[in-house]
Design a protein around this ligand. Structure first.
Ligand SMILES: Nc1ncnc2c1ncn2[C@@H]1O[C@H](COP(=O)(O)OP(=O)(O)OP(=O)(O)O)[C@@H](O)[C@H]1O
Ligand SMILES: [Mg+2]
Length: 497
């Protein structure tokens, strides 16, 4: 773990770098605006491939005679040059401009010619990709392209094939038992997803329609994504198709958004098209899972994601409203339900909300046990787990003391801000402690250490480390949530003594 000072240094360095980049771009723009020069495209080099060409043709009409300084810059047709402004034919070359390629669009590779030229799909026709610095591009890949115009497109990033983007690849072997605690969320999710499949006949005879979707909401690291993966595994198993497309379509909100204009809406449409195609082909509805959905479906007009939310949310709602009863089932997950556009979660749309809560002491014991069982040197995982969970909620891990309106004081502990991810982390730290003990000695002594199991003491020490780091964190959100859940009011918060 980097120290606080190191983190500050890293941030400083990143900031300086970003500022430098901005300055550079600023300079390029300023230079371009300078009156004597102009920006022109190199359209021919005569003779071709010469180190000292006779002339450069730019914009197909102007030329640079016996250009100098070409040792430093390697020119290629299509490059942009900064040249002296001129109305007559001959100009002086000032410099080559490296325009930082800005992403402009996402385009699909339609074909690759024998010469290795990449052709991009553009409506009914194809256009050649001008420059491709990327390796391993294949037909069907989606490229983020940039450049001064569509005909001078430069590949910036390969997003791969759309389908890849939409799948959990090799994680279909996670099942419900891998999720500790969360009994309520598990039951709700299973009912929503598995019942319509397992009890299809009952649903049919009752005229019951599967619901359109559910929203998993709750604090970070408590198992929303994990639950979704378990659901994916369950569906695959129900349809006995663990190795192929299981009817589970997955996307992560921020990943979609970070790409280019129009891509997000396209992705939403694509997503539902895939679901429809799936149903047609396999005869049962697909599950569409949108993880970290607040980035895509945030309240319109807040500018939280960007102005694009103005078009993404309606695109999503249109698809949702158009879902015929068994077309697909949508799962959304977020740790910021307050940011969601209310239209998304209103009655008749994604109106089933499933809370994924922080683990209580019993849940924590379950989760600890899940992870301790995987540590070969832990001899009695269940006992160690129950001890660890007790310690987690004991005054020994106090963060602050709360005073409630009715005069009570309450030790607010590490347990009250724990998450599955934190507990998994504590177990991992515990194994590090054992490792360090073993590394501190050698030979037969090391063997002896390795024969000693991971114990409750290791877990308690690891918990202590996490406790230390959490003492500095602001817990007001969790304190507020705690008070709300207990329908009490906090009148005082004191440092834990
Ligand atoms: N209930 C749980 N049981 C077992 N492991 C858990 C549980 N919750 C979290 N974890 C562990 O923590 C990791 C992170 O959890 P997960 O990604 O599911 O959190 P999340 O709720 O989706 O968080 P975020 O809101 O940040 O996306 C999991 O991969 C798993 O290792
Ligand atoms: Mg998640």
């Amino acid at each position: 773990m980097p120290t606080e000072q190191e983190v500050i240094e890293q941030l400083k360095a990143a900031l300086t770098e970003a500022t430098e980049k901005l300055k550079e771009q600023d300079k390029i723009l300023k230079d371009l605006a300078e009156p004597p020069g102009m920006l022109a495209r190199l359209t021919n080099i005569i003779p071709k491939d010469a180190t000292h060409p006779e002339r450069l043709i730019i914009d197909e009409r102007l030329f640079v005679l016996r250009p100098k300084n070409l040792e430093k810059v390697r020119l290629e047709i299509g490059d942009y040059l900064h040249v002296e402004k001129s109305t007559i034919g001959s100009v002086a070359l000032i410099d080559k401009i490296e325009l930082p390629p800005q992403p402009m669009a996402v385009m699909k590779v339609a074909e690759i010619t024998d010469q290795g030229r990449i052709m991009l799909e553009a409506g009914d026709t194809v256009i050649p990709l001008h420059k491709n610095p990327l390796k391993g591009v294949e037909i069907g890949d989606r490229l983020v392209v940039g450049g001064p115009s569509p005909f001078l497109a430069i590949a910036i990033e390969n997003l791969g094939k759309a389908e890849k983007h939409y799948q959990f690849n090799d994680e279909l072997n996670i099942n419900w038992n891998d999720v500790g605690g969360q009994a309520h969320a598990k039951a709700m999710l299973r009912e929503a997803i598995e019942y319509p499949i397992i009890h299809a006949d009952l649903y049919k005879s009752l005229g019951k329609k599967p619901i359109k979707g559910v929203l998993l909401e709750g604090p970070p690291g408590c198992g929303k994504t994990l639950l979704a993966k378990a659901a994916a595994g369950a569906i695959a198993k129900l349809h006995k198709s663990a190795n192929e497309l299981s009817g589970y379509i997955y996307i992560k909100g921020p990943e979609v958004l970070s790409k280019w204009v129009g891509e997000a809406e396209g992705t939403i449409r694509n997503l539902f098209n895939m679901a429809r195609a799936h149903r047609q082909k396999h005869g049962y509805p697909a599950v569409v899972f949108i993880d970290e959905c607040e980035s895509l479906l945030s309240r319109r007009g807040t500018g939280i994601s960007s102005d694009m939310d103005k078009t993404i949310v309606p695109a999503f709602l249109a698809e949702l409203d158009g879902l015929n009863d068994s077309g697909a089932m949508v799962i959304l997950a977020t740790n910021r339900p307050d940011r969601l556009d209310p239209a998304v979660v209103r009655e008749g749309r994604i109106d089933r909300r499933i809370r994924v809560e922080r683990p209580n002491q019993t849940d924590s014991a379950q989760i600890f046990e899940l992870y301790l069982k995987k540590v070969p040197t832990c001899k009695a995982p269940k006992e160690v787990a129950s001890l660890a969970a007790e310690h987690l909620f004991s005054p020994a891990t106090g963060l602050v003391t709360l005073r409630t309106a009715d005069g009570d004081t309450f030790p607010f502990t590490l347990g009250h801000v724990a998450s599955g991810a934190m507990l998994a982390g504590i177990v991992d730290r515990s194994t590090s402690l054992v490792l360090h003990e073993a590394l501190a000695v050698s030979g037969t002594k090391r063997k002896a250490v390795m024969e000693m199991p991971l114990t409750g003491d290791h877990v308690i020490r690891a918990t202590g480390e996490v406790h230390q780091s959490m003492l500095k964190v602001d817990h007001s959100d969790d304190i507020r949530a705690w008070a709300e859940a207990r329908k009490t009011k906090i009148v005082g918060v004191a440092a834990y003594a």
